[in-house]
Design a protein around this ligand. Structure first.
Ligand code: COA
Length: 423
């Protein structure tokens, strides 16, 4: 791998990273693809983001500051280099072929067929470089939806998430977790890493395709478990009373084998809730905490089976206690008895959380246009592959470095390419 980065971009070989030597040609935009290549960069790959001369559209979307790369862009494109290239020009296509020849991985998430229309089908790509792993994110797999574009909530709608999120008497809901975009990005990374590993044995690259609908469905696996259980009667752990032939929305029910619910806390603000799980061993201490010790022995309450039909009442009893206390106090008191629980943290509380900062999960990054911005760090902690979060690149910031330094184009040609709008 060439490591001729400027000091602001990490991934240098001497630091030793898991993906040192892996060169990623990153033709992704918006969220799903960029979330995947950002993880690859954090794992040590040299990620070169190739953008049209106008740049990834998110550089300009939802801007908080005029004429400055948006947080949408800066938070999804850290540790990458940026080059511009108009791949619809003849010279642009030649340069793209050269970049493909020099890369280990190509990733894209354009609308269906866009890269083929540039003239780079999988057959052509692997002819140029038989060792390349070529990954694509699309909305859907083969079939009636193949040609359709997709965004986050479209995938949530068609992957089972919306139908199963929300309350029984309300409409389907989108979840705030970007399972359609960033969730698909994580799946895409898994596919790319496996393909790179297989290449070690075969010497051959391969095609990796991940559909957002499929990734969301993979994350909704337990709801398909419940769909099949419905054939044998109502789902006892759901708070719902009526069951048809589809899994109903079940509010804040835990979805697992141990019942849980979000109970209110003081002083009653929008995020003053604690999510509590009632494991069998937690029942006795809970009855004491909530001031109802007699329920530990009461045959109507003493066993998980006896409690199952009275879960709404059970959580109401816990709430009568919890709503008198701040959520942090509830957290402490429940954890003193090893009762699994979690306060609902607002986005502000997360940004200010000392332990998330100490874990490198909420990170401050210097940016030449913005000053400092806050981003979410890498959740992947590898003992031999540390991650330093470096800022996202400016548009075309590494054109000279890549086209000049690495592809060997002279200054005069670079000037010509710029003047002709090729880069
Ligand atoms: N030089 C020249 N043209 C370029 C280029 C470059 N470097 N990079 C991209 N383009 C062109 C493409 O060739 C394509 O043009 P064409 O349609 O004329 O062939 C166009 O830019 C990109 O089209 P598209 O990706 O369809 O953009 P869009 O803004 O209309 O749609 C999405 C956006 C996200 C809906 C669409 O990309 C998509 O469905 N992606 C797959 C699913 C996905 O990842 N969705 C989630 C995004 S978070």
């Amino acid at each position: 791998m060439t490591t001729a980065h400027d000091g602001t971009h990490g991934n240098t070989a001497h630091q030793g990273k898991a993906l040192d030597g892996i060169r990623v040609l990153d033709m992704t935009h918006v969220q799903s693809g960029p979330s995947a290549t950002q993880l690859l960069a954090w794992l040590g790959a040299d990620v070169i983001k190739l953008e049209a001369t106008t740049g990834d559209i998110t550089r300009r979307q939802l801007r908080d500051l005029p004429d400055v790369d948006s947080l949408y862009f800066t938070m999804l494109n850290c540790n990458k280099r940026s080059i511009t290239l108009n791949t619809k020009t003849e010279r642009g296509k030649e340069l793209l072929a050269e970049l493909i020849r020099r890369s280990d991985v190509l990733v894209e998430n354009f609308g269906p067929g866009a890269v083929d229309r540039m003239g780079f089908t999988w057959e052509r790509v692997r002819e140029i470089n038989p060792r390349i792993v070529y990954a694509s994110v699309k909305g859907f797999g083969d079939g009636p939806y193949t040609g359709f574009k997709a965004y986050e909530v479209v995938a949530q709608a068609m992957g089972g998430a919306m139908a199963t999120t929300g309350f029984e008497d309300g409409p389907p809901l989108a979840t705030g977790a970007q399972i359609g975009d960033s969730g698909t990005g994580v799946h895409c990374v898994a596919g790319i890493l496996a393909a790179l590993y297989q290449r070690e044995r075969t010497g051959r690259g391969q095609r990796v395709q991940v559909a957002m609908q499929h990734a969301v469905l993979n994350l909704c696996r337990v709801k398909l478990r419940d769909q099949q259980r419905l054939a044998h009667g109502p789902l006892a752990e759901y708070p719902n009373e009526n069951f048809g032939d589809e899994v109903p929305r079940s509010g804040n029910a835990s979805g697992g084998g141990q019942p849980g619910w979000a109970v209110r806390c003081a002083p009653g603000g929008p995020n003053d809730y604690v999510y509590v799980i009632v494991q069998p061993a937690g029942w006795r201490p809970l009855t004491e905490l909530i001031g109802r010790p007699e329920l530990a022995e009461d045959p109507e309450w003493a066993t998980p089976e006896a409690r199952l039909p009275r879960l709404p009442k059970l959580f109401r009893l816990i709430e009568e206690w919890s709503r008198t206390l701040p959520k942090w106090e509830v957290l402490e008191r429940l954890n003193a008895h090893h009762i699994p629980c979690g306060p609902v943290l607002s986005t502000r509380e997360i940004v200010e959380d000392a332990s998330l900062a100490a874990n490198g999960m909420v990170v401050e990054v210097e940016h030449p246009q913005r000053g400092t911005f806050t981003t979410v760090g890498s959740p992947l902690k590898l003992s031999d592959s540390p991650v330093e979060i470096d800022r996202s690149p400016l548009l075309g910031e590494h054109n000279d470095e890549v086209y000049g330094g690495e592809l060997g184009l002279g200054d005069a040609e670079l000037r010509r390419l710029r003047a002709a709008g090729v880069i």
